[in-house]
Design a protein around this ligand. Structure first.
Ligand code: DOR
Length: 302
């Protein structure tokens, strides 16, 4: 069997397959389909300093090759999360990556501070949610703001910091470089692509929030292009995501330069997607007679 271990900022993952934030909760509901011990890591749903109700009205819509969501970062708040989710995940042999949300720098910092003494492996700073008026995309689309946020959070973070980027920008390279310069230990991309759907009979937007984030196969080429560009612009490891449905999709991201990948929308279509993708990666390595996973990462012929 080929070696599948990868390293993200000093944290060793048994394989490169993780869940994408918000699509797996904290793993509890997936226990029936997925042995969490098999995953490289579980990235939890974004958590804020206090509970958030999320957006009103319809929050999810299916589109051609994709899914639109405008959840608005509904979450139970950090205290509840620490009480329930961390102990559940800790029972498994997988890495815990906590996705962090906030409306202000102070809110992000209070979550990071609260996690300082907790047994979690990595933090993922969510400065890229398209569905909240404050705290989401408005931080992640501006290089100066990215630099400021990451620098301040990095000062107090006790775990290595992944910064999650948005595709809703024209120049992903300067955003990725700004995150790295400010001290990001790894970069994950992409969050969802801003989109919209209309119910022509009601003549109304489908989503209560009018616009939402597009995910799934529809955004895979955009994600792959951004992962490739970021991987060639920074030295820190890249975690790639955006429409990965199969092992072959995951291999594309690894070839483009991602050290690890995350599976999101595919979990809703096939609850065992992470496991199928992991098996697909292993099959590819064996078929291509590679020594291990590291000889694939960033090995695109040009
Ligand atoms: O598409 C997304 N939806 N990205 C996020 O970062 C958060 C989530 C939500 O809760 O709206």
């Amino acid at each position: 069997r080929p070696g599948l271990k990868v390293n993200i900022a000093g944290v060793e993952l048994k394989n490169p397959v993780m869940t994408a934030s918000g699509t797996f909760g904290s793993g509890l509901e997936y226990g029936e389909y997925v042995d969490l011990n098999k995953l490289g890591g579980v990235v939890t749903k974004g958590v804020a300093s206090i509970p958030w109700k999320g957006n009103a009205g319809v929050r999810v819509a299916e589109t051609y090759g994709g899914m639109l969501n405008s959840v608005g970062l509904q979450n139970p708040g950090i205290e509840e999360f620490i009480k329930k989710d961390i102990p559940f995940l800790r029972k498994h042999d997988t890495k815990i990556v906590v996705n962090i949300a906030g409306k202000t720098l102070e809110e992000y910092c209070s979550v990071v501070e609260r996690l300082a003494g907790e047994d979690v492996d990595l933090l993922e700073l969510n400065i890229s949610c398209p569905n909240v008026k404050e705290g989401g995309v408005c931080f992640g689309t501006d290089t100066k703001m990215v630099e400021y946020m990451v620098k301040e959070v990095k000062k107090i973070a006790k775990q290595p910091l992944i910064v999650k980027l948005t595709p809703n920008v024209t120049d992903i390279v300067s955003i990725a470089k700004a995150a790295e310069a400010a001290g990001a230990d790894a970069i994950s991309l992409i969050n969802t692509l801003l989109g919209m759907a209309i119910d022509i009979h009601k003549r109304r937007p489908v989503l209560g929030n009018i616009v939402g984030g597009l995910s799934g196969p529809a955004i895979k080429p955009v994600a792959l292009r951004m992962v490739y560009q970021a991987a060639n612009a920074v030295k820190v490891p890249i975690i790639g995501m955006g429409g990965i449905m199969t092992g072959e999709d995951a291999i594309e991201f690894l070839l483009a330069g991602a050290t690890a990948i995350a599976v999101g929308t595919a979990n809703f279509v096939n609850p065992r997607a992470t496991i199928d993708i992991l098996n697909g990666i292993e099959d590819y390595i064996i078929k291509h007679k590679e020594k291990d996973i590291t000889s694939i990462i960033g090995s695109l012929n040009k």
